[in-house]
Write a protein that binds this ligand. Structure first.
Ligand code: TXA
Ligand code: MG
Length: 332
């Protein structure tokens, strides 16, 4: 059966909250990407998320709250710097990793004794959590490993028939996921760069570490940072601006269809086997377009996607993180 998409007015959100309360699955917009929500304190409901997404059970979920006081229900030993961050960045795209309380079922945290919590800023997400009267566990609402969904239609592409409802709130305004910050270590460590930048966190925290890209370290600290993630079906190649034309030419000559994501306009000879998406120079606009562009090129059936690198500052770090993971081949 097809999964229904409802425009997210108050009646639809109330209906969605009812589904969450009775242990079902609802996809909903947040300011970052669409999430796939279930009652975070109901282990059976949370288990359905992993099954619908085909996500490994050891990859922990983010728990969404509407009010700061719900944090104390989920996390213990909340340090002062957590409150400083909450004050500055919540509601918003910052996820905090803290030691969990016994209320949080271990399936929600992938068996870890820490929990990741965020208060989303999107009015539909907030209202849904409020009306559900419980925290909502929600990973991105994509099939595991695929580019994250930034529209209700993307959610349907990946999860149709597997979930109870999709709330449509239009395209998500940020387009890349929240920053995941581990506060159980000193200095705090960014496990996944996202909507709140390293520079903004440094202003509050002083020293902040960025999780190295070494596979072993990444996999240990945050299971979800394992490779080949956010990935289109096509093979993705990251290119320096200067080498881009050469690479695209080589792929075309090998007889494969190629998609290109570039920021500077260039002259391309029209070809059936070549599809070019002009990406914005502005990093916020780029982030908003990123996952939709990958899905669009997949839909055109290109075999290779060549993407021009972006500068690694501000949101550029989150963008490059996603592109690098999409370009990785799985470890042997
Ligand atoms: O913006 C977002 O964060 C979106 C929206 C829906 O809120 N959610 C999202 O969830 O991106 P997901 O499951 O796709 O990514 C969650 C990330 C994963 O990399 C996971 O490993 C990490 O957060 N994570 C969750 N709990 C953790 C924990 N206790 N310790 C370390 N990493 C954790
Ligand atoms: Mg995800």
């Amino acid at each position: 059966m097809r999964t229904e998409i409802l425009r997210a007015d108050e009646t639809a959100i109330e209906h969605a909250a009812q589904i969450i309360r009775s242990g079902g699955l609802v996809a909903f917009p947040t300011e970052t990407v669409y999430g796939l929500g279930a009652d975070a304190l109901n282990a059976d409901a949370v288990r359905k998320i992993f099954i619908a997404k085909e996500r490994p059970f050891d990859d922990p979920l983010i728990v969404h709250i509407a009010h700061v006081h719900q944090l104390e229900l989920l996390a213990r030993h909340i340090p002062q710097r957590a409150w400083d961050l909450v004050k500055k960045f919540w509601p918003g795209p910052l996820t905090l990793v803290l030691p969990k309380t016994d209320r949080v079922p271990s399936v929600t945290t992938g068996g870890l004794d820490t929990v990741a919590v965020r208060a989303p800023a999107h009015p539909i997400a907030r209202r849904l959590v409020e009306l559900s009267e419980r925290p909502i566990a929600a990973p991105s609402a994509n099939r595991f490993g695929r580019p994250s969904p930034t529209t209700a239609q993307h959610v349907r592409e990946d999860l149709d028939g597997r979930i109870d409802l999709i709330l449509d709130g239009g395209p998500t305004p940020i387009g890349v996921e929240s920053t995941v910050l581990d506060l159980t270590q000193d200095p705090p460590m960014i496990l996944r760069p996202g909507g709140v930048t390293l520079e903004a966190l440094q202003e509050i925290l002083g020293e902040v570490r960025l999780l190295g890209s070494a596979l072993s370290e990444a996999a240990k600290r945050s299971p979800g940072t394992r490779w080949r993630h956010y990935a289109p079906q096509a093979k993705l190649i990251l290119a320096e601006p200067a080498e881009l034309e050469q690479i695209v030419g080589d792929v075309l000559r090998s007889g494969r269809r190629v998609g290109v994501m570039i920021r500077e306009s260039r002259l391309w000879t029209a070809a059936d086997s070549l599809r070019v998406i002009q990406m914005p120079l502005d990093l916020s606009e780029y982030a908003r377009r990123l996952f939709a562009a990958l899905r669009e090129l997949d839909a055109h059936g290109v075999e290779v996607i060549v993407v021009e690198r972006v500068e690694e500052r501000g949101l550029g770090r989150a963008i490059m993180d996603r592109l690098r993971k999409a370009a990785q081949t799985p470890p042997q």
